[in-house]
Design a protein around this ligand. Sequence first.
Ligand code: FUB
Ligand code: ZN
Length: 648
Amino acid sequence: EVPLGDQSVINLNHSPYARLKGVPVRAVTIQDGFWERRRKVVFERSIPTIRKLLEAHGYIDNFRRLAKHTDVPRIGPVFTDSDLYKWIESVAYALESGDYPQLRAAADQYVDLIVSIQEPSGYLNTYWQGDKASQRLTPEAMDWGHELYCLGHMSHAAVAYYRATGNRKLLDAAVKYADFLVDNYGPLKKPLLAGHPEISMGLIELYRTTGDKRYLSLAGYILNGDPRIKRDPDRVVYTFSGIPFRTRTHLEGHAVRAMYACSGATDYYLETGDPQYWRTIQTLWDDLVTTKMYVTGGLGARWEGEAIGAAYELPNARAYAETCAAVGSYMWNYRMLAATGNARYSDLMERTLYNAINVGMSLNGELYCYYNPMEFAGKAAPNRHSPDGKVRNPWYNVLCCPPNIERTLGSLPGYFYSISKDGIYVHLYDNSVLRWHLEDGTGLNITQKTNYPWEGAVDFTIDPAEAKEFTFYLRIPAWSQAAKVTVNGSPVANVIRPGSYLPIRRKWEAGDMVRLELNMTPQLLVADPHVEQNTRRVAVLRGPLIYTLEQIDQPGVQTLSNVSLVIGKNPANEFKSEFRPGLLGGVVVLEHPGVESDLSHAPSPLYQRISTRKEAARKQVNLTFIPYFAWANRAPSAMRVWIPYSRN
Ligand code: FUB
Ligand code: ZN
């Protein structure tokens, strides 16, 4: 049995540079509400169906063929082992929140299968064992072969499964594999290279779990790159590895790789306090939020190379915005939050979680987005993710995204609170009960009652085991102007600053009540003028949710792309918000007046003098916005996040 205190998503209990420590995933019970409904879908539909599909597509047989020494060919891309590892990690988190005997039995079996193919040396990888053994862990293979990437995911699964169940078979296997690397690779031995830098996060969590510092050193060595391996400059960009991490000045290359590298580097900082790492990480974070991020929190502008793209290159229809990149950003921001206690990171986590990650799984939990456009024409051309151009699909040969969503939503209770030296931080709002304790061991329960994110009021009951002075840090999201906070009915004396944690320090007694009221007035967002596609366009935000127009909700509109919003002096007040229980599982929709231009007249010249152009006829329309995460859950329909506007 792993001590409960060590069962957080990442165990920062002994991390010297972590200002905030996690709470165990098991310490928070999320109750019926927004996230519990999504998580039920994950546990009851998504995880079981992905298991069936992993079986049906032969990804588990890749292990069985080695276990049974058969000649059947290996199936799928080089990194399919990681899909099973992420699936096991998701099951581990499900087990932190409930009993899922079938999932547990299946995961136990898969763990036995996995460890059964481990070589005596410790090496374990279905692609590189057998006939390819002689080519593995060479600089060429490590560049694209995902050997270390798979070990990284194996480590996460192993640690999570060990924490959730006490079963350490997979952990022992991950340790054996890591030991093999430590014994044979590194500064004075053979060189290593991470073609996908997931490995550093995995090794550091292995260090946190075992206390073996060699894994931390190995992670640092990999983050530094080994100068003995000469790299093609393009690959240095694409893989976000192979040169010292601390020399990076901007985000570039493959978006998921960059986010995993930044997460691993922040883990390294949390353990070592290396100031050069900290400077680099901050520079890269600023680069993300000032020039390279979609309004949903997603990132990765380009289909080519699944790449981040240049500053302000944020196309709407062509957005790639892989779901995994959003998951990577969420993980990175959680680590930044732990290092600083700064609400700008938890604000971004919230934005990313509700929008860029949440959109990745359909409402029924069986279809997934790999790429996440901000605009959609109603149908897409066949593409590498879908032969019929569908945005949501049950299966992808490159299956990275679905289990990434599963493990994130599975582990969600672990992200609600953090413990600091002087009290407790609350990051996320939803119906829930925390049963944990302060740093000095004083028992503390906190209950949240809310209808968030549809309504902005959250009621907390604070129940310390004995009357105790400590600080309750309440996140005031940057999107909420004029938030109100009361304690036992009286307004707090502090100035309430959006985008910060409100520290409420007092002697708390059992039954104390805190009420947070956030301002849910819809807001219109504009983009930096350098984002050319969004010139004279607005996006709609209400609470943590980005909204969008789907053609299917606009009966009076002929063509969604001809629509614009007509905004007055105080645009926010012109929205009508309404909860529709029967729509998309129950969502607040926003209605706003707009116009549709009639551009259906006979073709006009491609170019003409402005004086000869006829103004298109315009008709008034009522526009209905739905939350972005819920789009593409009905019949195929055009969609738009950024809407042109005119002033009335
Ligand atoms: O390379 C492994 C995963 O597959 C990446 O993280 C995804 O972007 C996809 O390419
Ligand atoms: Zn992915």
